[in-house]
Unconditional design. Structure first.
Lengths: 420, 420
């Protein structure tokens, strides 16, 4: 009997721990060689499947695969490419299934956010109709933490830890200099529609007066007057004011405070630059000297300061996805379920892809303080376990040693694909 | 016999390891209680001496002082305040010496860059003339690495490590996404007049094609045509281009690139930052999608990823400054001397403050590749030892635990100081 092959793809914005999920997938699949033949990884995500560019992960050593656990970003390449609906572009889906059929791929593990789980769900349905049933399992991933059902999304804990550590450190810097120099520090963080990342930065403030003093959430419409008053009060009281602003911070009318103008492949507005916008506003209105930082990709790639629990969970969802496949489950995604006890515990649960697809989870209002500028204790209790523990990568010559894969492509069997 | 007291002050922009120098000073002084009475630290640097705001470090526990070793920024407060010349404002110098006399301070240890060493030197001379001789010892510090004589400046190794680690991680991020998304990543780093920090980022590129592909140094006048050609070649060859730009990058006429006055996608005047300026230039000319990051204070405050050798050297110069004082040396500064062997070794040497004051050391031309966009092997050999080793702070609840000092002020003995 021919063993069935497995196809794994990374999708959308990468994280510090998405490769830990890949590691979980590949290491677990290798333990079931009786049932799973080759594990293919899409070169640059789903585009690799369309182009029949399938990385044969069997060609990578156990050591290289193990090192995925501590390697940030997408080792096989990811993409911003959303399949259109079947009605709009049936050929794309047919092509996918043709490629899977040609390479005897019966398992499709899609490592991404809500959009990707929607795609995986559709592929599963269509494969049935097309007489080549494919088991489709989602593997959750997003720094934005906006996936529903799962208590948190792998990738989020590490960016949360990065922003909390960074604003604590930069806050100390500003505090040391504020008497005669910079009084305002603004740090811009990711989170297009949800303030999870910005909120997590609030963990850095453990005692009164500690940074960050103000957090600007996408969930709370920006109120210029109230904000400037708060900044001023803060400077008078503590000598300085450290602000964390979400890239998704919005005006009352829902427009972003600062946008670069472009849109990405999903039609989302491409953001950036709200930190200098806010800093200049303060300078203009209050006259304080400022500095600002935009961490951008540094925050989501910062494997050197990853959360240990995040790494563990990212690996676990990859492992669970393979186990789900082997148990005959389909169109589901492993999720993180938080225990009810006071001490943080978690286990793997499952969610239907149809319930996950295209739903965005925003910060509950009671995670944000009444004045809209801080997080509540309820939020702290939620965030804190997710940044626990350090999981340092190995270093050589002072620099983290991240895996370099061979990425050997499987021989093509089909004609070249032309996107229509 | 009354023991003489010591005054220590932090000056200018803080670093991830300036408190390690403070730790070296205080711990060493505490070992010589027979000769050194109290160690005072200036609240907010030299301004604390002028205002007679002297932190009595004896009031801090040994544990708090030990924790300075892993606490970033200036724990006692620093300042941007340069004493004018004695001819211009003699009262400032006289006030300093009055305060020192009132508190029996016979040792003045000034932890800062070139400006500060100039001040320390003058205080030493004047104190002699004023009949209250004060031993003045410099303690080197600057992330910019532009102090002369010393092989490197404490503070630099850690920011060097931060930028090398960050561009490696962000580079992997961009590499994973470049097929269908961002192709250009620009990271702005500090270094207004010297490209040391930008150059150190080059350590991240260990194999052909690895980030950073281009470094823009203040030492090399910006050539737009040559730069854009290089960017394009890079994208064609590797699929993406990761750029590190020094905040001090300059046009041929010596003006800063960032001050050139670019506009954003909406035609608004650029809000500052050479990274967005460069990124927009590439977008306009070559059409590539970009992301950019400005690490700003995050880079110099990043104690969580400090270089172990930097921490060690920062401590050592603090310790040596006290030992120099006790040996009767004056108007000198401990420096780092690199051994001549192939294996990196270092020891503490000494330099005259008069030789250190107000001299800026830029990158030698042969540290920069012929085309001006990369570092040479000579530079690598210089930089590499300075980022060796990790020296992680202790964490609690997922966040680094940095010391919180009591900062108890000594009772004032003089009238209030009014800056003239």
């Amino acid at each position: 009997m021919t063993r069935n092959n497995l196809f794994y793809a990374q999708s959308g914005g990468v994280t510090a721990v998405i490769n830990a999920s890949a590691c979980g997938v590949i290491e677990t699949a290798r333990q079931h060689r009786d049932k799973i033949g080759k594990v293919y990884a899409g070169l640059n995500g789903i585009v690799g499947a369309l182009n029949e560019e399938l990385i044969d992960t069997n060609k990578e050593t156990a050591k290289s695969i193990a090192a995925l656990r501590w390697t940030p970003a997408g080792a096989f390449g990811s993409c911003r490419y959303k399949l259109r609906s079947y009605a709009e572009n049936p050929k794309e889906y047919e092509r996918l299934i043709d490629v899977f059929r040609a390479h005897n791929i019966r398992y499709f593990l899609y490592n991404g956010g809500g959009d990707s789980q929607d795609t995986a769900n559709k592929v599963s349905q269509l494969s049935l109709e097309m007489g080549f049933p494919i088991t489709c399992i989602g593997v959750p991933k997003t720094v934005d933490n906006d996936l529903p059902i799962t208590d948190n999304s792998p990738g989020f804990g590490s960016v949360a830890k990065y922003v909390a550590v960074s604003i604590r450190e930069a806050g100390l810097d500003v505090a040391s200099m504020c008497e005669s120099s910079t009084k305002i520090f603004v740090m811009e963080v990711m989170g297009r529609h949800a303030g999870w990342i910005a909120g997590a930065a609030g963990l850095a403030s453990e005692q009164e007066g500690e940074a960050p003093h103000i957090i600007l959430f996408p969930e709370i419409p920006f109120n210029r007057v109230k904000f400037l008053r708060k900044v001023n009060t803060c400077v008078k009281k503590f000598g300085y004011c450290a602000i964390v602003v979400s890239e998704g911070a919005q005006n009352k009318d829902g427009s972003f405070l600062a946008a670069t103008g472009g849109t990405d492949a999903f039609g989302h507005a491409q953001l950036g630059g709200v930190a200098p916008y806010i800093a200049n506003m303060i300078k203009d209105e209050l006259g304080y000297k400022y500095h600002w930082a935009v961490a951008d990709y540094l925050q989501r790639a910062a494997r050197h300061i990853a959360s240990a629990i995040d790494v563990e969970q990212a690996y676990a969802v990859g492992k669970a996805a393979v186990e789900f496949s082997l148990k005959g489950k389909n169109s589901v995604m492993p999720v993180i379920v938080r225990g009810n006890g006071k001490k943080y515990t978690w286990h793997i649960g499952e969610a239907k892809l149809s319930d996950v697809a295209n739903v965005e989870k925003v910060m509950p209002r009671d995670y944000i303080s009444r004045d809209g500028f801080q997080i509540t204790d309820k939020a702290r209790n939620y965030f804190s376990p997710l940044i626990q523990g350090e999981d340092y990568p190995p270093f050589k010559n002072g620099i983290p040693q991240y895996t370099r894969l061979k990425k050997v492509l499987e021989k093509k069997k089909l004609k070249k694909w032309k996107a229509s």
